[in-house]
Write a protein that binds this ligand. Sequence first.
Ligand SMILES: O=C(O)c1ccccc1N[C@@H]1O[C@H](COP(=O)(O)O)[C@@H](O)[C@H]1O
Length: 209
Amino acid sequence: MKVKVCGMREPGNIQEIAAMQPDYFGFIFFQGSKRYAAEHIDQHFISGLPGSIKKVGVFVNEGVEEIKRLTHTYGFDLVQLHGRETPLQCKELKDSGLQVVKAFSVDESFDFHNILPYESSCNFFLFDTRGKNYGGNGVTFDWKLLQNYTSDIPYFLSGGLNLENIRGINNLKLKPFAIDVNSGFELEPGLKDVQAIKELLELRNQNQL
Ligand SMILES: O=C(O)c1ccccc1N[C@@H]1O[C@H](COP(=O)(O)O)[C@@H](O)[C@H]1O
């Protein structure tokens, strides 16, 4: 299983984690987030990170042209759309050559049929927990709900993941393509716990995830 580490913005912290080779780095480009990266990290720093780590720009209800502009500036490999983006907006971004991850907020009332119109316009789906914020709520959803997911599109699992609960992912019938970790691996918003990330990546390296 791949690992995405999301929501960093301190260069020293990012470099320490980069040395451990996560599969994906996520950078939040949503001003309403405590992890908003734009004012903290220089574009050359992000685009200069090792090419083996795919860089994901995380956006919430941002315009397509602005997403394209920021993606070009920062050198993102993928875009994660974490708001109410439409299938058409996803398609425009995918057609421009970007890999698109569409996030959905899941709770008991979530209807997995809602994702069908997105299938042809996204490369990945991401399932997060519905909460008061668009993302970064630090709460898991009931993973049994994933029994209702029948699409072939690979998915990222997110929402409140931490070192205690991630082992439970191995019990899922349809395994995620990747896990996306954020507030459950932080010392404070935007600053990742290097030791906790190290333990996580050791589990990945030992195929225990
Ligand atoms: O982390 C944020 O502040 C954030 C803000 C707006 C959109 C997405 C955001 N983060 C994403 O939220 C999920 C779950 O995070 P958590 O583990 O529950 O803290 C993760 O996919 C982040 O990419």
